[in-house]
Structures are given as C-alpha cells and as structure tokens.
Design a protein around this ligand. Structure first.
Ligand code: ADP
Length: 487
C-alpha cells in the first residue's frame, strides 16, 4: 500500500538521462524509505561517475541547440511544464509526503511554490535585456549582451524535494542552459516526476537529466559535476559542510557557483512587539516541516520583560500541533527525515539541559516511534549551548533572554552563517536599525514566512553565494559579455 507505484500515477524504477529512462551501468540500486513508516517505497538506479559523464556529454551537446531556441520558445516550454505540475498537484504532493514525510497540505503548498518558479521564469525568460553604454571615445561603441553560461550541474536536498529543483532548473532553462541534476537520496522520486512532466511538456533530450544515486555514490557524482571541463556552473542547496567540499572541487576549473547553505536564523521579540503575532510567526517559522527548513528560526531571543509571557503563549500554541503520518487528515507535524536527524535533535537537547537549560514542553521522541519527535521548547538557553551555535534542523525552539538592543544584535550576529533573520517590534526607528544591522540575506519584520518566487532568496557569510527566484535568479545562469565596436 505504501509502494510508490501503488500510491501514484507516476511510476519509476529508472533515472532520466538524455531523454531516456535508464538503469545504472551495473544494475545497482538503492532503496528509498517513507520516514513516517520506515517502509521501503521503491528502489532506484545507484549511479556513479560513468552515468554522470554520459549525462554531461548529452547536456553539452543539447546546449548547442537549446541555447539557439528563442526566449519565447523556452518561455512556452516552462509555461507548459508549470501547467502540468499544477494539473498534477495532488499526485506530486503525495509523492513528496511519501518520501519526505511532510503533511500533505504542506506538500501541496510546496508543489504550488515549486511550479511557481516555472511560471515566473517563463515570464523572466523574455526579459533578459542587454545594454548600451556611453563610450569615452568617439570611435568606439560599447554594447553588453547576456548569454547562457552553458551546462549547469545541480545538487539538491530532501527538505523541499520538488521546489529546490524547480527554483534552480527553471531559471537555468529560461536562460538557455542545460542541466544535469542529482537529487537527494532520501527524495529522488519528486525529481523523476518532474522529468516525466517536462518530457510531456516537450523537453528535448539532454536538456534536463536526473542522475539518481545513494549517499555512498553522491560524492563521485558530485565530483564529476564539479570538476568536468564541460560543466560551466554548479548550483547547490544543502549543508555548509558539503557546500565547502563542492566549492573546493569547482575551483579547479573556476566554475560559476551558486550556494544555498545552512542558516541559524535569529528570531528576536522586542518589548514593543505584538505578542500574539510574534507567537504565530514563531510557530510558523520554527515548526513548518518539523523545523527542517534552512530559513527556520533556530534561536529565539526574547526581551526579559516579556520572556515568561512569550514562553507561556508559545507552549499553548504548540499544544495545538498534531504529530503523525503526513498522509492523514489534520496532521501538522510529520516525522523528521531519518533517525540521524532525530539523534542530532537529541544531542542538542541533552547538551542544553546539561548546561542549565530547561525543557518546558516535549523534549523526547514521539510515542509514534521511528523518526517522529515531540515539538519542543527549551528555555534559559545561552550562547554556549549547541542549539544556539548550530542549526538544530528539528522541532525545537530554543529561547534566550536578552535585555538590550546592542546585546541582542551581537548575539544574533555571532554565527558564521547569515541566511534569514526575523524580528518583531513596533518601534519604527528600531525596525530600520535592526533590519540594516542583522547580518543575513533575508529579514522577516513582524512576519515569520518570507519565501516567495518574486523575492530574492539567498544568504551571506557561510550561508551561501548568489540568489534564487526573483528577477535576480536568472543572472546566476547568464554571462555578461562586452562588445566593443570600432566605428
Ligand atoms: P543533509 O545533511 O541535509 O542531507 P547534505 O548537504 O548532506 O544535507 O545533502 C544535500 C545534497 O548533497 C544531497 O543531494 C546529498 O546527496 C548531496 N551530497 C552529500 N555529500 C556530498 C558530496 N560529498 N558530494 C556531492 N554531493 C553530496
């Protein structure tokens, strides 16, 4: 009953390379499990460097015709792909829930968000404008054109199995690039479903290939993508630690890179904040996808005068969350992705407790067993604790007390990462000060949910390089070329 073939109209046991559904060279496979039940939902080809090489060659060949299609043709393709994704929203959402565990409603939201990038970049494809520049010399004219960078290698994570793919692939294809993508080993089915719909939308062979691999083979697939001379661009979303490995590898051939890496978002509640709004935002930001999004609030800083009230209201809100199998009605919290993730959460909680923090709700594995974990609030957290220094990536709100604006800014900015930051305040000058001084790429002001296709998503410091979505997203796949005309 939990077999992906029985659950879905999308039926896969092969990867998609150069317009064909193929097995791995040696017929090796790896298993994919449903994190809610632990059951195997299917097996896919465990590919390595040979198949990646084949996909890169095909993408390079396809680049020479894809780049010569008109912007309107690429736009039309992306629009058809978008339409098909929305027509199949329920099926795509079921696949996401099956392999990732998030509640079905969240999964359906992800499909709409993911498809939205295809719609957005079908529009942006037609607005890749060049420029003329006034020349310093009467005998020279200056013109700037934009061209696709070439073959883009992409590696994506499991927390948004669908949207992290379209957010990269749509701007790449819009720009005229071709793509070889390796999805996360936990969630490869969503990637293959997107291939099937792309094929239906009229995608030419080689323009978008998906190489599936186990965790063991991920490194060799990644190495080929990063070091291959025919690949011009690497785009990665995942952990900072893997991002640094890929950056090093990509340096050998001086590739263009886009990196969306880990965060450790501060969420600050100032004295003037609307407490109800702040709690609502806190729950939305922290507990969506069970705390497994890279923009998740990770450290809650609350002004000491409202600290107790905030914690009390947060506990009340958390009692309303419902943990369970994401396919069931009314569930708000699915399981974590795997036991490794559960163990990390446990380590963070026990470290905090050892150092003097208090668990005020949750704190343990959920009675449902497996990868389920109780939504948790830990109070009296200090900056020395693991849960404040690292991204917990689980349903744990760590709450820290502060007294002054200066103090909280220093605490918020003490990390090496800088993806998202949130704060609640009704003091207009303070809002401007904090928004400017937070060392992050994205700021939520009196708002806990900030991602949308129209806005630039990206981090600073060790959270990454470049932007996805928005009018800036397509630049990651374009080269600026300067033409000097002697007249
Ligand atoms: P997480 O810890 O959340 O799984 P990772 O950064 O480890 O995040 O994984 C994100 C993606 O990076 C996945 O597709 C994974 O297979 C891939 N990956 C992991 N290690 C490597 C590596 N050494 N080289 C290339 N890709 C890798």
């Amino acid at each position: 009953q939990h077999d992906v073939r029985a659950m879905s109209t999308f039926k896969y046991d092969k990867a998609y390379v150069n317009g064909k559904w193929i097995a791995s060279k040696n017929n090796a496979t790896f298993e994919v499990r449903n994190p809610a039940t632990g059951e195997v939902i299917g097996s896919l080809p465990d590919m390595g460097h040979e198949e990646t090489e084949q996909a890169v060659q095909a993408a390079y060949k396809a680049f020479y015709s894809w780049r010569n299609t008109t912007a309107k043709e690429r736009s039309n393709f992306l629009r058809r792909w978008f339409n098909l994704q929305m027509e199949n929203q329920t099926e795509l959402a079921k696949l996401i829930t099956l392999e990732n565990g998030k509640p079905l409603a969240d999964a359906a939201g992800e499909v709409a968000y993911g498809a939205g990038f295809c719609e957005w970049f079908s529009e942006e494809a037609r607005r890749v404008y060049g420029e003329t520049i006034p020349s310093p010399s009467p005998s020279k004219k200056i013109v700037v054109i934009k061209q696709p960078v070439g073959v883009a290698g992409m590696i994506t994570p499991w927390n948004f199995p669908n949207a992290m793919i379209t957010r990269k692939v749509a701007p790449a294809l819009a720009a005229g690039c071709t793509v070889v993508l390796k999805p996360a080993e936990d969630t490869p089915y969503s990637a293959l479903a997107l291939c099937e719909l792309a094929e239906q939308a009229g995608l030419p062979p080689g323009v978008f290939s998906v190489i599936t691999s186990s965790r063991t083979n991920a490194a060799q697939v990644g190495k080929v993508l990063c070091e291959h001379p025919l690949v011009s661009k690497i785009s990665f979303t995942g952990s900072t630690i893997v991002g640094k490995v890929l950056l090093k590898q990509a340096a050998k051939t001086v590739k263009r890179v886009s990196m969306e890496l880990g965060g450790n978002a501060p969420f600050i509640v100032f004295e003037s904040a609307d407490l109800n709004k702040a709690v609502q935002g806190a729950v939305a930001s922290k507990f969506r996808c069970s705390g497994q999004t890279c923009v998740c609030a990770n450290r809650f800083f609350v002004h000491s005068t409202i600290y107790d009230k905030f914690v009390e209201a947060l506990i009340d809100a958390i009692k309303k969350l419902k943990v369970g199998d994401g396919l069931e009605e009314g569930i708000t919290q699915g399981p974590l992705i795997n036991i490794r993730a559960v163990e990390k959460v446990e380590t963070h909680i026990s470290d905090a407790v050892c150092k003097g923090a208090h668990v005020v709700i949750g704190g343990r594995r959920h009675e449902l067993g497996g990868a389920f974990f109780q939504p948790t609030v830990v109070t009296d957290v200090t900056k020395e604790m693991l849960c404040a220094r690292q991204e917990t990536f689980g349903p744990v709100a760590s709450v820290i007390r502060f007294k002054t604006e200066e103090e909280v800014l220093a605490l918020a900015n003490m990390t090496s990462t800088g993806l998202a930051g949130y704060f609640y305040s009704n003091d207009i000058s303070q809002i401007w000060r904090i928004a400017e001084k937070l060392e992050v790429g994205m700021v939520g002001i009196n708002e806990g949910i900030i991602s949308c296709v129209e806005a630039p998503f990206g981090g600073i410091k060790e959270s990454g390089i470049g932007h996805e979505g928005s009018k800036y997203g397509i630049d990651e796949y374009l080269e600026v070329k300067y033409l000097c005309f002697g007249v």
